[in-house]
Design a protein around this ligand. Structure first.
Ligand code: CAA
Length: 288
């Protein structure tokens, strides 16, 4: 990629996607967000608007900057709207088949020197690169939830990513977005989830075994270790479907039992108890 990023495409405006959208729009970038339907695009727009409104009401953003950020964002339902972007960030569900299909389709639409990245937590970047037909210009750029608040971004080059692509993403993340990058090898879980996910799954197993209540497990880690939230609240924030999908990918790669999603997590996902976004997970949420 020859020039700095100015026009960003974002695929998926869900919980993580909407946060990434906000980060880019507030950094002064033009962003086109592609969703699967008009309904999903409206939900993405509502998420963005509500989050910007919240920043205004807390005195973190003035009304003019909110309006400018909103004016830089466009919502579409056709992937062709990504043509002409210098950078496309895929933030669809953590589903390997879906991502491989998207990378194949998006890879064909982009200009020669555009970069295509995934916000995946655990799916092999090298496979996404191969599916895209532009493997040297594909890598992982992994944000954390809530994206407007969390400073860290993991950069994951694959075996086929070019050094120029990694350099371009390093400058985009640190200079353009003002975030803190760390670099990790292309293995499921990267740095943060390799440490975080076995901890979250252990807390779920502890609750499943009746060892302690959900509230006490969380209180233990908040009051005993100074974490901002306990592991069950954090699992609800990430989304239990996402926690399960990341655990399953990591277990698939390493066959480490600590990464294997426990039966209670499977049942909760099957029941639609997906955490905060569904209004109910290990805890109940009034404002979902
Ligand atoms: N969007 C934007 N801003 C938000 C927000 C959101 N969804 N949630 C909270 N904030 C902001 C608030 O506006 C507030 O900002 P100011 O202090 O500047 O006013 C600040 O964050 C603190 O918010 P609150 O006072 O409401 O609540 P809190 O102090 O409990 O903090 C939290 C909330 C930031 C989420 C904090 O609890 C926290 O850091 N939790 C841990 C989050 C975490 O570990 N995330 C990583 C998950 S792993 C992941 O994402 C990767 C993966 O692949 C699974």
């Amino acid at each position: 990629m020859a020039d700095p990023v100015t026009r960003v495409g974002l695929v998926g405006g869900g919980q993580m996607g909407a946060g990434i959208l906000e980060v880019n729009a507030r950094a002064g970038l033009e962003v086109v967000c592609v969703e699967v339907s008009a309904h999903a695009a409206r939900s993405a727009e509502q998420r963005l608007t509500a989050s910007l409104e919240r920043a205004v009401s807390r005195g973190k953003l003035d009304a003019e900057d909110r309006d400018d950020a909103l004016a830089r964002v466009r919502f579409e339902i056709d992937l062709h709207a990504l043509a002409g972007c210098d950078l496309v960030i895929e933030a669809a569900s953590e589903d390997e088949a879906l991502k491989l299909d998207l990378f194949g389709r998006i890879g064909r639409l982009l200009d020669e020197d555009a970069v295509l990245v995934s916000n995946t937590s655990s799916i092999p970047i090298v496979k996404l690169g191969a599916a895209s037909g532009r493997a040297d210009r594909v890598m992982g750029v992994h944000f954390f939830n809530p994206a407007p608040v969390m400073q860290l971004v993991e950069l994951i080059p694959s075996l086929t990513t070019s050094p120029q692509t990694l350099d371009a993403m390093r400058s985009y993340v640190s200079e353009r977005l003002g975030k803190q990058p760390i670099e990790a090898t292309d293995r499921a879980g990267f740095v943060v989830n390799s440490l975080l996910v076995p901890y979250l799954l252990s807390a779920i197993r502890m609750f499943e075994a009746g060892y302690a209540s959900a509230a006490d497990i969380d209180k233990g880690m908040v009051m005993g270790c100074g974490h901002p939230m306990g592991p069950l609240t954090l699992s609800d924030l990430i989304g239990l479907d996402t926690v399960r999908a990341i655990g399953a990918s990591m277990y698939g790669e390493f066959k480490e039992p600590l990464y294997s999603p426990p039966p209670l997590l499977d049942r909760m996902v099957e029941a639609g108890l997906l955490g905060k976004k569904a209004g109910h997970g290990f805890f109940r949420y009034a404002d979902a």
